[in-house]
Write a protein that binds this ligand. Sequence first.
Ligand SMILES: *[C@@H]1O[C@H](CO)[C@@H](O)[C@H](O)[C@H]1NC(C)=O
Ligand SMILES: *[C@@H]1O[C@H](CO)[C@@H](O)[C@H](O)[C@H]1NC(C)=O
Length: 436
Amino acid sequence: MLGPLTLAVTLPFLPAANALVRDNDVGKLPALGWNTWNAFGCDIDSTKIITAANEVINRGLKDLGYEYINIDDCWSVKNTRDKSTNRMIPDPTKFPDGISGVAKEVHDLGLKIGIYSSAGEETCAHYPASLGYEAVDAQSFAEWGIDYLKYDNCGVPSNWTDEYTYCVPDGDGPYPDGTCPDLTNPAPEGYDWKTSNTYKRYAAMRDALLDVERTIFYSLCGWGQANVNSWGMEVGNSWRMSGDITVDWARIAQIANENSFYMDHVNFWGRADPDMLEVGNGDLTIEENRAHFALWAVMKSPLIIGTALDSIDDAHLAILKNKYLLDFNQDPVIGTPARPYKWGYNPDRTFDPVHPAEYWSGASSTLDGTVVLMLNSENVTSTRTATWREIPELKSHDAYQVVDAWTGKDLGCVKNKYKASLKSHDAAVLVVKEKC
Ligand SMILES: *[C@@H]1O[C@H](CO)[C@@H](O)[C@H](O)[C@H]1NC(C)=O
Ligand SMILES: *[C@@H]1O[C@H](CO)[C@@H](O)[C@H](O)[C@H]1NC(C)=O
């Protein structure tokens, strides 16, 4: 199906030369870390941050590269800024030693710390936000020792809204072909979204962050609006390509479907962000948990854990610690993500929020091979088959050495194809090595 979304992704994308290249490789690879929101919402304090930081170490996640401990919304005094300095004020009850105090503790553990604001007048939970205060807030964050900023899209005043609306096909849908037939005020053909107010709001904070003497990872959270996929790479180190994730498979599949069309935009320094992980939350099945993680990892998305780590169980923890998927995600040589080589349930390039692309592959320098992911998007057990001759990276030979990424089991020399019986919403992940 050739909807506008399909057309949009075939346009040439920004060369990596425009990427937001930072010191010390900050932002070069997808961010790995933890964030308060999916676990605790507004109910946060320094104890929860320090607990998470310690658990990232105790559970062996730090050793695997998870490094950012991120504070989301609700960390400041709600209705005011400091009258003399205009600075945001850390909530003295939640953070008795300020944000700088908790930052020091996190740094002493060898980890990095993130904070949250919005490109509007207030955050989503109605706390002060940074529109018009970019410089003063970036300065505060730098002085406090902040390493990462998630920058949300709430509280936008009427004179800062965009002239045109952009189709983000993940609202109340259905959007069967990725178009938004009822979009009010769409942009004229050829409109340059870099002239939009959304671009200006996000670029203003980028410029403020570049002006301070600290390298702060910049994570845009503009919900896919204003065609951020076309300019996210030059403004931030990652950009949200959709609205928020929720703890249900339908939403996870919907976001994976959308993001599958944006893989051309992903490379070193800039990642389309399908939102933070829900692994360990709600009543997702274990298959849904691991398919969610595997899809996010192969899309080279940021992997930001969103569950309480002091109570996580072993099965969920093992998913977050999958070495093969983390190695693929953190490849220092190959910046591009896996891509669908076949849709499977649907004809190729079909936009379907229920049945996203099921067959993905991508080359990996870290694994010295190719990762192949097969998803069963159906709600019943079903078989999926990886046929080497169909896979771009593997089509020149008939037999390969294969490892099952979930079990680490060596499957030996596999000829022609590998067939997996998958429970509903499960994903097989294969590491396909040298020919045999
Ligand atoms: C919106 O209004 C504020 C306050 O008057 C002003 O500072 C700002 O520049 C305006 N924004 C735009 C995009 O014109
Ligand atoms: C399972 O999928 C079928 C076919 O897409 C659909 O008709 C049915 O409603 C689904 N059942 C559940 C429980 O989601």
